[in-house]
Design a protein around this ligand. Structure first.
Ligand code: ADP
Ligand code: MG
Length: 363
Protein backbone atom coordinates (compact mmCIF):
# COMPACT_ATOMS: atom_id res chain seq x y z
CA UNK A 1 0.00 0.00 0.00
CA UNK A 2 2.81 2.35 0.87
CA UNK A 3 4.32 1.61 -2.51
CA UNK A 4 1.10 2.48 -4.30
CA UNK A 5 0.80 5.63 -2.31
CA UNK A 6 4.31 6.66 -3.34
CA UNK A 7 3.54 5.98 -6.95
CA UNK A 8 0.37 8.01 -6.79
CA UNK A 9 2.13 10.84 -5.07
CA UNK A 10 4.84 10.81 -7.67
CA UNK A 11 2.25 10.94 -10.44
CA UNK A 12 0.50 13.78 -8.73
CA UNK A 13 3.74 15.71 -8.38
CA UNK A 14 4.64 15.19 -12.00
CA UNK A 15 1.23 16.39 -13.12
CA UNK A 16 1.15 19.46 -10.99
CA UNK A 17 4.75 20.25 -11.93
CA UNK A 18 3.79 20.19 -15.59
CA UNK A 19 0.77 22.41 -15.03
CA UNK A 20 2.62 24.86 -12.83
CA UNK A 21 5.55 25.27 -15.16
CA UNK A 22 3.65 25.50 -18.45
CA UNK A 23 4.26 28.68 -20.44
CA UNK A 24 0.56 29.11 -21.14
CA UNK A 25 -1.48 30.48 -18.27
CA UNK A 26 -3.61 27.81 -16.65
CA UNK A 27 -6.27 29.08 -14.30
CA UNK A 28 -8.88 27.00 -12.51
CA UNK A 29 -11.92 28.33 -10.68
CA UNK A 30 -14.55 26.62 -8.58
CA UNK A 31 -18.30 27.04 -8.78
CA UNK A 32 -18.07 30.23 -6.72
CA UNK A 33 -15.83 31.91 -9.27
CA UNK A 34 -12.87 31.72 -6.92
CA UNK A 35 -9.42 31.06 -8.31
CA UNK A 36 -8.20 27.71 -7.00
CA UNK A 37 -5.49 26.97 -9.57
CA UNK A 38 -2.98 29.43 -10.97
CA UNK A 39 0.33 28.50 -12.56
CA UNK A 40 3.58 30.36 -13.23
CA UNK A 41 2.54 31.00 -16.83
CA UNK A 42 -0.41 32.93 -15.42
CA UNK A 43 1.91 34.96 -13.21
CA UNK A 44 3.86 36.00 -16.28
CA UNK A 45 0.83 36.80 -18.41
CA UNK A 46 -1.41 38.48 -15.86
CA UNK A 47 1.12 39.95 -13.45
CA UNK A 48 -0.45 38.69 -10.23
CA UNK A 49 1.82 36.46 -8.15
CA UNK A 50 0.32 33.08 -7.30
CA UNK A 51 -0.20 33.70 -3.62
CA UNK A 52 -2.08 36.90 -4.45
CA UNK A 53 -4.28 35.37 -7.15
CA UNK A 54 -5.27 32.16 -5.34
CA UNK A 55 -8.49 32.62 -3.41
CA UNK A 56 -9.51 35.77 -5.32
CA UNK A 57 -12.53 36.19 -7.52
CA UNK A 58 -11.77 35.58 -11.20
CA UNK A 59 -13.05 39.12 -11.81
CA UNK A 60 -9.55 40.48 -11.30
CA UNK A 61 -8.47 39.39 -14.78
CA UNK A 62 -11.70 40.11 -16.67
CA UNK A 63 -11.99 43.57 -18.23
CA UNK A 64 -15.08 45.77 -17.66
CA UNK A 65 -17.88 44.74 -20.01
CA UNK A 66 -17.75 41.07 -18.95
CA UNK A 67 -16.47 41.55 -15.41
CA UNK A 68 -19.84 41.48 -13.74
CA UNK A 69 -21.60 38.95 -15.94
CA UNK A 70 -19.00 36.21 -15.99
CA UNK A 71 -20.14 34.77 -12.69
CA UNK A 72 -23.64 34.44 -14.18
CA UNK A 73 -22.23 32.36 -17.05
CA UNK A 74 -20.71 30.01 -14.52
CA UNK A 75 -23.91 29.83 -12.47
CA UNK A 76 -25.92 29.13 -15.60
CA UNK A 77 -23.59 26.29 -16.50
CA UNK A 78 -23.83 24.81 -13.04
CA UNK A 79 -27.64 24.89 -13.34
CA UNK A 80 -28.04 23.75 -16.95
CA UNK A 81 -24.77 22.00 -17.76
CA UNK A 82 -24.90 23.67 -21.11
CA UNK A 83 -22.34 26.01 -22.52
CA UNK A 84 -21.35 27.45 -25.82
CA UNK A 85 -17.72 27.94 -24.85
CA UNK A 86 -16.58 24.76 -23.17
CA UNK A 87 -14.31 22.76 -25.41
CA UNK A 88 -13.71 25.68 -27.77
CA UNK A 89 -10.94 28.14 -28.53
CA UNK A 90 -11.96 31.76 -28.23
CA UNK A 91 -10.25 35.08 -28.70
CA UNK A 92 -11.06 37.45 -25.86
CA UNK A 93 -9.63 40.41 -24.07
CA UNK A 94 -8.06 40.02 -20.66
CA UNK A 95 -6.75 42.44 -18.11
CA UNK A 96 -3.35 42.51 -16.47
CA UNK A 97 -2.71 43.53 -12.91
CA UNK A 98 -1.61 46.99 -14.05
CA UNK A 99 -4.98 47.50 -15.76
CA UNK A 100 -3.72 47.12 -19.33
CA UNK A 101 -5.78 44.92 -21.59
CA UNK A 102 -4.46 42.44 -24.12
CA UNK A 103 -5.85 39.96 -26.63
CA UNK A 104 -5.69 36.33 -25.61
CA UNK A 105 -6.65 33.00 -26.97
CA UNK A 106 -8.41 30.83 -24.41
CA UNK A 107 -9.82 27.34 -24.25
CA UNK A 108 -12.15 26.20 -21.50
CA UNK A 109 -12.68 22.83 -19.91
CA UNK A 110 -14.74 21.65 -17.02
CA UNK A 111 -14.18 18.78 -14.62
CA UNK A 112 -16.36 17.32 -11.91
CA UNK A 113 -14.35 16.22 -8.91
CA UNK A 114 -16.14 14.68 -5.92
CA UNK A 115 -19.37 16.38 -6.81
CA UNK A 116 -17.85 19.83 -7.35
CA UNK A 117 -17.33 21.53 -10.67
CA UNK A 118 -14.02 23.09 -11.59
CA UNK A 119 -13.51 25.24 -14.65
CA UNK A 120 -10.12 25.59 -16.25
CA UNK A 121 -9.01 28.12 -18.83
CA UNK A 122 -5.78 27.78 -20.76
CA UNK A 123 -4.70 31.19 -21.91
CA UNK A 124 -2.14 32.37 -24.40
CA UNK A 125 -1.17 36.02 -24.87
CA UNK A 126 -1.59 36.74 -28.60
CA UNK A 127 -0.67 40.45 -28.65
CA UNK A 128 2.30 39.85 -30.94
CA UNK A 129 0.31 37.68 -33.29
CA UNK A 130 -2.46 40.29 -33.43
CA UNK A 131 0.02 43.03 -34.20
CA UNK A 132 1.46 41.02 -37.06
CA UNK A 133 -2.02 40.33 -38.37
CA UNK A 134 -2.84 44.06 -38.29
CA UNK A 135 0.34 44.86 -40.17
CA UNK A 136 -0.45 42.30 -42.81
CA UNK A 137 -3.93 43.71 -43.26
CA UNK A 138 -2.43 47.18 -43.60
CA UNK A 139 -0.05 46.06 -46.32
CA UNK A 140 -2.83 44.25 -48.17
CA UNK A 141 -4.82 47.44 -48.06
CA UNK A 142 -1.83 49.25 -49.46
CA UNK A 143 -1.57 46.81 -52.34
CA UNK A 144 -5.27 47.31 -53.09
CA UNK A 145 -4.79 51.05 -53.11
CA UNK A 146 -1.89 50.55 -55.48
CA UNK A 147 -4.12 48.87 -58.07
CA UNK A 148 -6.77 51.56 -57.94
CA UNK A 149 -4.21 54.29 -58.06
CA UNK A 150 -2.54 52.79 -61.12
CA UNK A 151 -5.83 53.05 -62.98
CA UNK A 152 -6.65 56.54 -61.88
CA UNK A 153 -3.24 58.04 -62.51
CA UNK A 154 -3.23 56.54 -65.96
CA UNK A 155 -6.58 58.14 -66.78
CA UNK A 156 -5.75 61.52 -65.29
CA UNK A 157 -2.25 62.02 -66.61
CA UNK A 158 -3.04 63.05 -70.17
CA UNK A 159 -5.90 65.50 -69.51
CA UNK A 160 -3.76 67.02 -66.79
CA UNK A 161 -0.88 67.51 -69.17
CA UNK A 162 -3.17 69.26 -71.60
CA UNK A 163 -4.74 71.54 -68.99
CA UNK A 164 -1.35 72.54 -67.61
CA UNK A 165 0.15 73.08 -71.04
CA UNK A 166 -2.69 75.31 -72.23
CA UNK A 167 -2.73 77.29 -68.99
CA UNK A 168 0.97 78.04 -69.39
CA UNK A 169 0.50 78.97 -73.03
CA UNK A 170 -2.36 81.34 -72.19
CA UNK A 171 -0.31 82.99 -69.44
CA UNK A 172 2.12 84.15 -72.11
CA UNK A 173 -0.50 86.01 -74.11
CA UNK A 174 0.16 89.75 -74.07
CA UNK A 175 -2.49 92.19 -72.80
CA UNK A 176 -4.17 89.87 -70.30
CA UNK A 177 -5.83 91.69 -67.42
CA UNK A 178 -4.63 90.89 -63.87
CA UNK A 179 -7.72 88.93 -62.93
CA UNK A 180 -7.43 86.52 -65.86
CA UNK A 181 -3.71 86.14 -65.25
CA UNK A 182 -4.42 85.26 -61.59
CA UNK A 183 -6.93 82.64 -62.63
CA UNK A 184 -4.45 81.06 -65.02
CA UNK A 185 -1.83 80.99 -62.27
CA UNK A 186 -4.29 79.22 -59.99
CA UNK A 187 -4.97 76.63 -62.72
CA UNK A 188 -1.27 76.07 -63.34
CA UNK A 189 -0.60 75.70 -59.60
CA UNK A 190 -3.45 73.27 -59.23
CA UNK A 191 -2.11 71.18 -62.06
CA UNK A 192 1.40 71.22 -60.63
CA UNK A 193 0.05 70.04 -57.29
CA UNK A 194 -1.88 67.20 -58.90
CA UNK A 195 1.16 66.18 -60.91
CA UNK A 196 3.24 66.03 -57.74
CA UNK A 197 0.55 63.92 -56.13
CA UNK A 198 0.50 61.56 -59.13
CA UNK A 199 4.27 61.25 -58.92
CA UNK A 200 4.09 60.30 -55.26
CA UNK A 201 1.27 57.87 -55.87
CA UNK A 202 3.26 56.16 -58.56
CA UNK A 203 5.44 54.71 -55.83
CA UNK A 204 2.50 52.57 -54.82
CA UNK A 205 1.98 51.19 -58.26
CA UNK A 206 5.51 49.99 -58.79
CA UNK A 207 5.67 46.23 -58.93
CA UNK A 208 6.48 44.83 -55.50
CA UNK A 209 9.52 42.93 -56.77
CA UNK A 210 12.55 44.79 -55.66
CA UNK A 211 15.98 44.47 -57.14
CA UNK A 212 18.09 43.83 -54.09
CA UNK A 213 21.83 43.86 -54.24
CA UNK A 214 24.55 43.76 -51.63
CA UNK A 215 25.73 47.23 -51.02
CA UNK A 216 26.66 49.83 -48.52
CA UNK A 217 24.13 52.26 -47.15
CA UNK A 218 26.66 55.00 -46.40
CA UNK A 219 26.86 56.44 -49.91
CA UNK A 220 23.06 56.35 -50.22
CA UNK A 221 22.83 58.33 -47.00
CA UNK A 222 25.42 60.84 -48.15
CA UNK A 223 23.74 61.27 -51.50
CA UNK A 224 20.30 61.88 -49.99
CA UNK A 225 21.79 64.42 -47.61
CA UNK A 226 23.58 66.16 -50.41
CA UNK A 227 20.32 66.42 -52.31
CA UNK A 228 18.81 68.39 -49.41
CA UNK A 229 21.93 70.25 -48.31
CA UNK A 230 21.13 73.52 -50.01
CA UNK A 231 17.50 73.51 -48.87
CA UNK A 232 18.50 72.81 -45.30
CA UNK A 233 20.95 75.70 -45.36
CA UNK A 234 18.32 78.05 -46.73
CA UNK A 235 15.98 77.09 -43.92
CA UNK A 236 18.59 77.47 -41.17
CA UNK A 237 18.69 73.80 -40.41
CA UNK A 238 21.95 72.50 -39.01
CA UNK A 239 22.75 68.98 -40.07
CA UNK A 240 24.73 66.70 -37.81
CA UNK A 241 25.77 63.24 -38.81
CA UNK A 242 26.93 60.58 -36.38
CA UNK A 243 28.41 57.40 -37.75
CA UNK A 244 29.31 54.69 -35.33
CA UNK A 245 31.91 53.09 -37.52
CA UNK A 246 31.44 52.07 -41.17
CA UNK A 247 28.23 50.18 -41.89
CA UNK A 248 28.50 46.55 -42.99
CA UNK A 249 27.06 45.67 -46.40
CA UNK A 250 23.32 44.99 -46.47
CA UNK A 251 20.96 43.49 -49.00
CA UNK A 252 18.70 46.20 -50.35
CA UNK A 253 17.28 47.81 -53.44
CA UNK A 254 19.47 50.90 -53.81
CA UNK A 255 16.66 53.12 -55.06
CA UNK A 256 14.42 52.44 -52.10
CA UNK A 257 16.36 53.64 -49.04
CA UNK A 258 17.01 56.84 -50.91
CA UNK A 259 13.29 57.34 -51.31
CA UNK A 260 12.74 56.66 -47.61
CA UNK A 261 15.43 59.11 -46.56
CA UNK A 262 14.18 61.83 -48.88
CA UNK A 263 10.69 61.47 -47.43
CA UNK A 264 12.00 61.68 -43.89
CA UNK A 265 14.15 64.70 -44.70
CA UNK A 266 11.23 66.44 -46.38
CA UNK A 267 9.02 65.88 -43.33
CA UNK A 268 11.76 67.09 -41.01
CA UNK A 269 12.14 70.20 -43.11
CA UNK A 270 8.42 70.84 -42.96
CA UNK A 271 8.40 70.31 -39.19
CA UNK A 272 11.06 72.99 -38.68
CA UNK A 273 9.79 76.07 -40.55
CA UNK A 274 11.92 78.36 -38.38
CA UNK A 275 15.05 76.26 -38.58
CA UNK A 276 16.51 73.78 -36.13
CA UNK A 277 18.75 70.76 -35.99
CA UNK A 278 18.69 67.53 -37.90
CA UNK A 279 20.69 64.63 -36.53
CA UNK A 280 21.29 61.54 -38.59
CA UNK A 281 22.73 58.53 -36.85
CA UNK A 282 23.75 55.28 -38.46
CA UNK A 283 24.94 52.21 -36.65
CA UNK A 284 24.62 48.47 -36.16
CA UNK A 285 22.33 47.49 -33.31
CA UNK A 286 21.09 44.03 -32.34
CA UNK A 287 21.87 42.54 -35.74
CA UNK A 288 20.10 45.37 -37.55
CA UNK A 289 21.28 48.27 -39.57
CA UNK A 290 19.80 51.28 -37.85
CA UNK A 291 19.45 54.74 -39.28
CA UNK A 292 17.70 57.42 -37.27
CA UNK A 293 16.63 60.85 -38.37
CA UNK A 294 15.93 63.27 -35.51
CA UNK A 295 14.58 66.77 -35.87
CA UNK A 296 13.98 69.54 -33.34
CA UNK A 297 10.67 70.49 -34.93
CA UNK A 298 7.14 70.77 -33.67
CA UNK A 299 6.80 67.09 -32.74
CA UNK A 300 3.50 65.22 -32.64
CA UNK A 301 0.73 64.49 -30.20
CA UNK A 302 0.22 60.76 -29.51
CA UNK A 303 -3.02 60.62 -31.51
CA UNK A 304 -1.19 62.01 -34.54
CA UNK A 305 1.82 59.74 -34.10
CA UNK A 306 -0.50 56.73 -33.98
CA UNK A 307 -1.76 57.40 -37.49
CA UNK A 308 1.13 58.80 -39.47
CA UNK A 309 1.86 55.57 -41.34
CA UNK A 310 -1.70 55.30 -42.62
CA UNK A 311 -1.97 56.14 -46.30
CA UNK A 312 -3.57 59.57 -46.82
CA UNK A 313 -3.19 60.62 -43.21
CA UNK A 314 -1.89 64.17 -43.16
CA UNK A 315 -2.06 67.20 -40.88
CA UNK A 316 -0.71 69.49 -43.59
CA UNK A 317 -2.83 71.76 -45.72
CA UNK A 318 -1.07 70.60 -48.84
CA UNK A 319 0.08 67.19 -47.66
CA UNK A 320 -0.59 63.93 -49.46
CA UNK A 321 -0.25 61.69 -46.42
CA UNK A 322 1.59 59.19 -48.57
CA UNK A 323 5.22 59.83 -47.64
CA UNK A 324 5.37 57.74 -44.50
CA UNK A 325 3.05 55.06 -45.84
CA UNK A 326 5.55 54.59 -48.66
CA UNK A 327 8.45 54.57 -46.19
CA UNK A 328 6.75 51.86 -44.17
CA UNK A 329 5.96 49.84 -47.26
CA UNK A 330 9.58 49.96 -48.42
CA UNK A 331 11.18 49.29 -45.07
CA UNK A 332 8.79 46.70 -43.69
CA UNK A 333 7.23 44.99 -46.66
CA UNK A 334 10.09 45.09 -49.12
CA UNK A 335 13.05 44.80 -46.78
CA UNK A 336 11.66 42.97 -43.75
CA UNK A 337 12.72 45.76 -41.44
CA UNK A 338 10.79 48.16 -39.31
CA UNK A 339 10.26 51.88 -38.99
CA UNK A 340 9.27 53.63 -35.79
CA UNK A 341 8.78 57.10 -34.46
CA UNK A 342 9.48 58.65 -31.11
CA UNK A 343 7.95 62.07 -30.74
CA UNK A 344 6.27 64.52 -28.40
CA UNK A 345 4.80 67.96 -29.04
CA UNK A 346 7.50 70.60 -28.84
CA UNK A 347 10.19 67.95 -28.42
CA UNK A 348 10.87 67.11 -32.05
CA UNK A 349 10.59 63.72 -33.70
CA UNK A 350 12.97 60.86 -34.22
CA UNK A 351 12.28 58.34 -36.94
CA UNK A 352 14.34 55.18 -36.87
CA UNK A 353 14.66 52.52 -39.48
CA UNK A 354 15.97 49.05 -38.84
CA UNK A 355 16.95 46.73 -41.62
CA UNK A 356 17.97 43.21 -40.65
CA UNK A 357 21.53 42.26 -41.51
CA UNK A 358 20.92 38.90 -43.08
CA UNK A 359 23.36 36.08 -42.95
CA UNK A 360 25.41 35.27 -45.98
CA UNK A 361 26.72 38.77 -46.45
CA UNK A 362 29.78 38.98 -48.63
CA UNK A 363 32.75 40.04 -46.54
P1 ADP B 1 2.55 64.44 -45.52
O1 ADP B 1 3.97 64.89 -45.28
O2 ADP B 1 2.15 64.59 -46.95
O3 ADP B 1 1.55 65.03 -44.58
P2 ADP B 1 3.52 61.95 -44.50
O4 ADP B 1 3.03 60.54 -44.63
O5 ADP B 1 4.91 62.22 -44.94
O6 ADP B 1 2.49 62.85 -45.28
O7 ADP B 1 3.35 62.40 -43.01
C1 ADP B 1 2.12 62.23 -42.35
C2 ADP B 1 1.98 63.15 -41.15
O8 ADP B 1 2.91 62.78 -40.15
C3 ADP B 1 2.27 64.60 -41.42
O9 ADP B 1 1.16 65.27 -41.96
C4 ADP B 1 2.64 65.11 -40.03
O10 ADP B 1 1.49 65.37 -39.27
C5 ADP B 1 3.31 63.91 -39.40
N1 ADP B 1 4.78 64.01 -39.48
C6 ADP B 1 5.59 63.33 -40.32
N2 ADP B 1 6.88 63.62 -40.10
C7 ADP B 1 6.90 64.52 -39.07
C8 ADP B 1 7.95 65.23 -38.38
N3 ADP B 1 9.24 65.04 -38.69
N4 ADP B 1 7.59 66.06 -37.38
C9 ADP B 1 6.28 66.23 -37.07
N5 ADP B 1 5.26 65.61 -37.68
C10 ADP B 1 5.55 64.77 -38.69
MG1 MG C 1 5.63 63.89 -46.11
Amino acid sequence: ILCQFHELRQKHEINSGILLGATDAIITIDENHTIVGYNYGAEKIFGYPRREALGQDLKIIIPPPHKEVHLDYVRRYVATRQSRVIGKHLQLTAQRRDGTEFPMSISFSVAEIQGNLYFTGIVRDISEYKEMEDRMLASERLAAIGNTVAHITHEIKNPLLIIGGFARQLQKIAGLDDKSRRKLTIIAEGVARLEALMAEMKDFTRPPETRKIWGNLDPVLDEALEFFQETFREHHIQVRQTKEGPLPPANFDPKQPRRVLLNLFKNALEAMPRGGELTITSRVKDGNLEVSVADTGEGMAPDVAANIFQPYFTTKEKGTGLGLAICQFIVEKQHGGCINVDSAPGKGSTFSIQIPLEEGAPT
